[in-house]
Design a protein around this ligand. Structure first.
Ligand code: NAD
Length: 259
């Protein structure tokens, strides 16, 4: 097993990509803290993983709240005596042209993605630096590298995570900590299911047209990326054994972007 006895904390792991990363890490022997703003769903997910024989706990955590992030990461590290992997995955989306976007929505998206990643990183690094080992994985997006209409704060935040990844890779190196970014294409999670009708209304298209002509238009094969695809990329970064792989970003998008 590739993560035997390691401890991982995954934000936004009650649903979608984060939950699949949690399942994959548990399958590979890790003990996993499911940190999510949705306490009920986080508990359900932790119970599912525990029923299968894994070790998982649920943490109620709004990643934009400094106190909750500090408390949650401390609890995970104290429960199992270490923290090896942090996956900053919690995310939200707002669909709007810039001229109609409220400051509150702009700030909300930046806060979840960027403040959340910063707060979790800072708290996790204390534990990782103490043991001189750790891997931090940020959930970016193809929108860390490309832009789309109607997604200004999301694209801005996801580009920002690329910068944070690189700084953490540089600062973390002498403490044995690696940092990498995963950039998925469209994955059919609740985050994407919600935006299909929103994009259809904003662009004057049918939902089928949004899927074919917007979301999958530039892929090489017209296919959605799956949660499994993204989880395998996370496992690859988490279990990589040397410091050769740090400061990198990996596109997992059926060729939508090829940078
Ligand atoms: P999802 O909606 O299924 O899951 C997101 C999770 O984050 C939910 O469980 C939600 O409760 C949690 N969350 C939201 N705000 C939070 C907060 N403030 N604090 C803690 N948890 C919070 O979405 P998903 O598609 O699985 O997205 C996961 C990550 O993957 C996000 O960062 C998203 O931007 C990124 N991503 C998704 C896609 C896609 O197509 N689905 C593509 C690229 C990147």
């Amino acid at each position: 097993m590739r993560l035997q006895d390691q401890v991982a904390l995954i934000t936004g792991a009650a649903s979608g990509i984060g939950l699949e990363v949690a399942r994959t890490f548990v399958r590979e022997g890790a003990r996993v803290a499911i940190a999510d703003i949705d306490a009920a769903e986080a508990s359900k997910s932790a119970a599912e993983l525990s029923r299968g024989g894994g070790q998982a706990i649920a943490l109620t955590m709004d990643v934009t709240r400094e106190d909750e992030v500090e408390a949650g990461i401390t609890r995970a590290a104290e429960t199992w005596g270490r923290l090896d992997v942090l996956v900053c995955n919690a995310g939200i989306q707002v669909i709007s042209p810039i001229e109609a976007l409220s400051l509150a929505d702009w700030q909300r998206v930046l806060a979840v993605h960027l403040d959340g990643a910063f707060l979790a990183t800072r708290a996790a690094l204390r534990h990782m630096y103490a043991r001189r080992a750790g891997s931090i994985i940020y959930m970016g997006s193809v929108h860390s590298k490309e832009a789309s209409v109607l997604k200004a704060p999301y694209v801005t935040a996801k580009h920002g995570l690329l910068g944070l990844t690189r700084v953490v890779a540089k600062e973390g190196a002498r403490h044995g900590v690696r940092a990498n970014l995963i950039c998925p294409g469209f994955v059919r999670t609740p985050l994407v299911e919600r935006q299909i009708p929103q994009q259809a209304a904003a662009l004057g298209l049918s939902e089928e047209e949004v899927v074919r002509q917007v979301m999958l238009k530039d892929t090489v094969d017209g296919e959605f990326t799956t949660t499994r695809d993204v989880a395998e990329a996370a496992l690859f970064f988490a279990s990589f054994e040397s410091a050769a792989l740090t400061g990198q970003s990996l596109l997992v998008s059926h060729g939508w972007s090829m940078q």
